[in-house]
Design a protein around this ligand. Structure first.
Ligand SMILES: [Zn+2]
Length: 414
C-alpha cells in the first residue's frame, strides 16, 4: 500500500483535486495517435492543455517528469463483472448460489481498487450475475470517494428469456435463483427495462442466446421483436442496449433489433460481421475469457496445441477485423482476475490487431461506443483520467502491464 493511497483513505477530502500538474512523458498517446515530446497540463479534475512541451505552460504547476514513459487516456474496460471472481477459484454456479451477497460485495471493493491501479479508470460492468442491484451501491461508494475504483457504467441485473440462463441442471421440480432477471413478451419486458433503469442501470444488457435446456447448446432466446421493444424502451430514456451473443442467429437478432454492442460473437460469420458493419454494431470480442475458461478445463497453454474453440475464435476474430467492424476492448474480467485487464489487449494483438488499433479500442473507440464524450482522449476540457506506463505500448503492447502513474479526475492514485 503506497503513501498516496493511505492519504486518500485517511482524508477523503483529497478526492476533490485542487492541484495543477504538468506531466512530462517521453510521448503522449492521445487516444488516436502518438506524439513525441508532448506535455499535458491538468487543473483540478480536467485536462487544461495538451501539446508540444514548449506550448504548454508550467506556471504554478507541480511538474511530474515521466522519463521513458508513455502517457495515455485512462483505459476503459469494455466488459467486466466486478461482482465475480475467477471461476478456477469458485465455479460461477457456486458464486451465484452459495456466496453471501456481503461476501461478493466485499470482494468487489477489492476488485475495483485492483482495476483502477491497473490503469483502467472506467469500466462497463455488464451484470451483477445474481447479486441483484449491488453494482449500484458499488458505483456510489466509488463516486463518493469511500473506496478507490474506476468510474462505472452499470447494467444491474441484465435480462434473460425465461428458462434460458443459469444456474441450470437441477430437478425441473424446483426453481433455482438465476444469474439475471427473467422477462419475456411485451408488458413484462417494458416493466423490467424500466425497473432496471429506475434502480440505476446506465445501459440494458440482454442475453440474445445461451446454452439452453437439456441439449446444452447455445440457441437464440429473444425474438427480434422482443429485442426491438427492449431497445425502444431503453433508447427513449437515452440508454443503449448491449447483447450477449455467441451464435450467428443470436448475433443477427441483436444487430437487427438495434443493440449497440455484441459481446463475445464467437460463432460469427463473414455475413454476420458485414451486417454489423452495415448497422454500426460494435463487437466486444472477450478473447481472454475463452482463453481462461479453456485453461480452467485443463488446456495447458504453451505446452499443448490450441483447442478447437480457440482456433475457431482466431478465425472469427480475423473475419470481424476484415469486415472492419468497430472493435471494443473488453475481456469479460471476473472470469479471470480483476487487475489483469491488460490480458485482453495483449491477446487482441496476438490474434491479429495492430497495437495502436488496440489502444484506440481501449480509449477513444470504447468512449465513443459507450457515449462517454468526457473521456477516452487526451484533450483540453476532458476529464483528467490519465495513465502512464514504462516504455511504448504502441510498439510493445505488453508495456501496458508496466503502469507507473494512475490519475482519475485529477487525483493521483499511483
Ligand atoms: Zn460477461
Amino acid at each position: 500500500m503506497n503513501k498516496l493511497y493511505l492519504l486518500f483513505i485517511c482524508f477523503p477530502v483529497s478526492l476533490f483535486a485542487q492541484s495543477t500538474y504538468l506531466l512530462k512523458p517521453d510521448r503522449v498517446f492521445d487516444g488516436e495517435s502518438i506524439h513525441e515530446g508532448w506535455a499535458v497540463r491538468v487543473k483540478d479534475d480536467k485536462i487544461e492543455a495538451a501539446g508540444p512541451t514548449s506550448t504548454v505552460s508550467a506556471n504554478g504547476a507541480e511538474v511530474i517528469e515521466l522519463k521513458g514513459q508513455t502517457l495515455m487516456p485512462g483505459l476503459i474496460e469494455g466488459h467486466s463483472h466486478l461482482l465475480l471472481h475467477p471461476y478456477n477459484e469458485t465455479p460461477w454456479d457456486d458464486q451465484v448460489l452459495k456466496e453471501a451477497r456481503s461476501l461478493r460485495v466485499a470482494r468487489a471493493t477489492v476488485h475495483a481498487q485492483k482495476t483502477l491501479m491497473a490503469g483502467f479508470t472506467t469500466v462497463r460492468d455488464l451484470g451483477t450475475e445474481g447479486a441483484d442491484y449491488d453494482d449500484v451501491g458499488l458505483k456510489q461508494a466509488i463516486n463518493k470517494g469511500i473506496i478507490p475504483g474506476p468510474r462505472m457504467i452499470i447494467v444491474t441485473r441484465a435480462l434473460i428469456a425465461t428458462g434460458s440462463y443459469a444456474p441450470k441442471g437441477f430437478s425441473p421440480d424446483i426453481d433455482v435463483p438465476q444469474g439475471a432477471e427473467e422477462a419475456d413478451g411485451h408488458d413484462a419486458l417494458i416493466q423490467a427495462v424500466r425497473r432496471q433503469i429506475g434502480k440505476g442501470a446506465d445501459a440494458i444488457k440482454i442475453y440474445a442466446d445461451y446454452r439452453w435446456g437439456l441439449m446444452a447448446e447455445a440457441r437464440p432466446t429473444y425474438t427480434v421483436e422482443e429485442i426491438k421493444l427492449i431497445v425502444e424502451v431503453a433508447k427513449s430514456s437515452g440508454r443503449g442496449v448491449v447483447a450477449h451473443a455467441s451464435t450467428a442467429e443470436g448475433m443477427r437478432r441483436a444487430i437487427l433489433g438495434g443493440c449497440e454492442t455484441v459481446e463475445h460473437g464467437d460463432a460469427g460469420t463473414p455475413e454476420i460481421f458485414a451486417l454489423m458493419k452495415q448497422h454500426g454494431t460494435a463487437l466486444c470480442p472477450t478473447l481472454a475469457a475463452g482463453d481462461a475458461t479453456s485453461q480452467y478445463r485443463g488446456w495447458k497453454k504453451g505446452q499443448e496445441p490450441e483447442p478447437e474453440r480457440i482456433k475457431q475464435k482466431r478465425v472469427t476474430f480475423k473475419q470481424a477485423i476484415d469486415a472492419d467492424v468497430t472493435m471494443c476492448a473488453g475481456g469479460d474480467v471476473g472470469v479471470f482476475s480483476h487487475g489483469d485487464n491488460a490480458r485482453e489487449l495483449i491477446m487482441m494483438v496476438d490474434y491479429g490487431m495492430k497495437p495502436l488499433a488496440v489502444l484506440r479500442s481501449a480509449t477513444s473507440v470504447n468512449a465513443d461506443v459507450f457515449h462517454l464524450a468526457d473521456r477516452g482522449r487526451v484533450r483540453a476540457g476532458l476529464l483528467a483520467d490519465l495513465v502512464a506506463v514504462e516504455g511504448d505500448p504502441t510498439k510493445t503492447i505488453a508495456d501496458l502491464r508496466r503502469v507507473r502513474v494512475v490519475m482519475k479526475g485529477g487525483v493521483l492514485y499511483k
